[in-house]
Design a protein around this ligand. Sequence first.
Ligand SMILES: NC(=O)c1ccc[n+]([C@@H]2O[C@H](COP(=O)([O-])OP(=O)(O)OC[C@H]3O[C@@H](n4cnc5c(N)ncnc54)[C@H](OP(=O)(O)O)[C@@H]3O)[C@@H](O)[C@H]2O)c1
Length: 285
Amino acid sequence: MSFKIIDGKEIADSLRGELAKKADQYSKKYGKKPTLAVVKIGDNPATKIYVNMKEKACNDNGIEFIGHYHEKISEEELIELIENLNNDEKVNAILVQLPLPEDIDDNEIIEKINPEKDVDGFTYYNVGSMYTGTERLLPCTPLGVIRMLERSGIEIEGKHAVIIGRSNIVGKPLAALFLKRHATVTVCHSRTKNLKEHTRNADILCAATGVPKMVKASMVKKGAVVIDIGISRVDGKVVGDVDFDNVKEKASYITPVPGGVGPMTITMVIHNTLQAALSQKGEYL
Ligand SMILES: NC(=O)c1ccc[n+]([C@@H]2O[C@H](COP(=O)([O-])OP(=O)(O)OC[C@H]3O[C@@H](n4cnc5c(N)ncnc54)[C@H](OP(=O)(O)O)[C@@H]3O)[C@@H](O)[C@H]2O)c1
C-alpha cells in the first residue's frame, strides 16, 4: 500500500513562520516580546538538549527566552523562584523542565506556577479545564500531535484513536484531546491484555511508550494513520516506538523519528507562550 510520511519538521516550520509573525505583531503592539522563563535544575544531559532546542526555537521566532539554570537548589528556593516569576509582569510563560532532581516533588512545584503562565498545561487548573472540555493551555506534545493531524488533512471525528501509553504528559491528555474532537478512544498500557487486538482496530494509532520499535506491522490495521511519539536511543541512534520500515507498508500516513512529533512539541512551546501572552491582554491566538 502506498503510504505518506508526515513531515513533522516541515509542518512545524510552517507553523513557526505563522507564530513568528504573530509574535512580531504582539511585540509592536505592546513594546516587548512574548517572554518565556525556563527553569532547569541539575545537569541531566538530555534535559540540557531539550532546553537548548526550546531556547533556539524561541530566539528564532520572536519569543524572548530567559533561562534560570541551577545545578542544585532546595525546594524552598525553587518555590521562591517560581513565585518571583509569577509576579514578574515581563514574564508571560513559565516552563519547569522535568524531571526535577529526586529530592524535589515535581507535582508540588508545578502547582506553584500561575495557571495563566503554565506553558506546559500541567497545573491542575489547566488539566481540569482540558478534561471538562474548556481548552486553555494544553500540554505541548498532545497538542502537537493534534495540530499535525489537522495540518495533514486527517479527519479525527468519528475515528477510532488507539493510544499506547497513559502518562500524564502524553497518553492521558492526548486521549482527552481526541475525545473533545469526537474520536472514539482506547488507551492501552503495560497491563493491557492482548495489546494487538486493540491496536489492530485503530484508525489512528499513537505510540508513546519509550519501548524502541515495539509497534510491529502485525499490530497495525491496513490504512491506519500511525503517529510515533516515542524517543529512545539505541546504539547512539534516535529511534521511535514504531518499527517504521515494516509498519510503513501497512499505514496510510506515518510519522518518522526523528523529524515527526518532536519538532511539533517544541513548536507548541512557542504557540503556548504566545497564547499566554495574548490571553493576559484579553486577546486570543
Ligand atoms: N516526541 C516528543 O516530543 C516527546 C515528548 C514527550 C515524550 N516523548 C517520548 O514518548 C515516550 C513516552 O513518554 P512518557 O513520558 O509518556 O513515558 P512514561 O511516563 O514512561 O509512560 C510510558 C507509558 O507506556 C506504557 N508502556 C510501557 N511499556 C509498554 C508496553 N510494552 N506495552 C504497552 N504499554 C507500555 C506505560 O504503561 P504503564 O502506565 O502501565 O507503566 C506508560 O503508560 C518516551 O519515549 C518519551 O521520550 C516524546
